[in-house]
Design a protein around this ligand. Structure first.
Ligand SMILES: [Zn+2]
Length: 317
């Protein structure tokens, strides 16, 4: 905790700050096993920057739907359950539960991998937990490489492993789990069948970090960015800390679901734009294509609405 708080709370000069930071970090590394530092660091970041805010948003949606609907980009369709009602249904709780289960499944896989590498095979750990701090240049370089790697892996795995005839089993699981939702709502960033989840969420996030063998502190920073991004991109809200960046990502995530997975496979949308799989966004200033796009979005939205109401009906029967 003090690793996060020292730079924020203290009013000392930068060099003193760094000294305190280094002392805290070295105490942590020297007094605990490296695996424990890695696991607790990962869990802390995921809890503070993803799980807690997502749970708060989820409860806000469930307990005050009339207030939440005002900041939902797709109105009541964006609420858990797809309708304005103040009642928690088993289905939404199950989705939230699976989302959190998957999050910790990923962390457990990370822990087992480190244990096998270090204790069983006697190799060096996948992430670097060392006393030496990374330089700002190393941090920037690693972060940009990882973000690029994550975008590439997410895009190709999502498109060719989860939405393709090449892997019918994975595609079916992804369709019947994640694509059963009518629109994303808080906590759905990690909701999917556990296997497709590991393939398109855990691997793209974790693989770049071990390929470039991140310093643990760089990994914490990277995971912090990813967690904040996931919290907002899957919230369904149109009020965001940054409209252009997180807002754009959130609308692309919505559209992936509303358009039945016909595009928007990558988190940042860069590869979708390059490879022409962007859906639900005006492609040019040409008025006719704008109108066609709008019609398409409206149709997708109506389908999602029917899906939400339909699932409510079958539940009641
Ligand atoms: Zn999908």
């Amino acid at each position: 905790m003090s690793i996060f708080l020292i730079p924020v709370l203290s009013s000392y000069s930068t060099s003193l700050n760094l000294l305190f930071f280094y002392m805290t970090w070295s105490t942590l590394v020297l007094s605990h096993s490296r695996l424990r530092v890695e696991m607790f660091g990962t869990i802390t970041v995921r809890l503070i920057f993803y799980a807690l805010p997502s749970i708060v948003f989820f409860l806000f949606d469930i307990l005050t739907p009339s207030a939440a609907v005002l900041i939902k980009a797709h109105g009541a369709t964006g609420l858990p359950g797809g309708r304005r009602r103040r009642k928690i249904h088993m289905k939404e709780l199950k989705i939230a539960g699976w989302g959190l289960f998957n999050l910790f499944l990923g962390i457990a896989v990370q822990g087992v991998l480190e244990m096998v590498l270090v204790r069983t095979l006697g190799k060096r750990s996948a992430l670097k937990v060392s006393l030496k701090l990374p330089t700002p240049f190393e941090i920037c370089k690693d972060l940009s490489m990882a973000m690029l790697g994550r975008e590439l892996l997410s895009y190709f795995l999502h498109r060719y492993a989860l939405h393709s005839t090449l892997s019918p089993v994975l595609s079916r699981w992804h369709q019947t789990w994640y694509h059963s939702l009518s629109a994303p709502f808080p906590l759905t960033a990690h909701f999917d069948h556990p296997i497709p989840y590991l393939v398109t969420k855990f691997i793209p996030t974790y693989a770049p970090a071990i390929i470039f063998r991140f310093h643990m502190l760089t990994y914490i920073l990277y995971l912090l960015f990813v967690s904040v991004e996931e919290t907002f991109a899957y919230s369904g809200y149109n009020v965001m800390p940054t409209t252009l960046f997180l807002g754009g990502m959130a609308r692309r995530t919505d559209m992936h679901l509303l358009m039945g997975g016909s595009g928007n496979y990558g988190p940042w949308g860069v590869l979708d734009w390059i490879l022409g799989t962007t859906v639900g966004e005006p492609l040019s200033d040409d008025e006719t294509s704008d109108e066609a796009d709008e019609r398409e979005v409206r149709r997708a939205y109506e389908v999602a609405k029917r899906k939400a109401v339909g699932s409510g009906k079958t539940k009641r029967r």
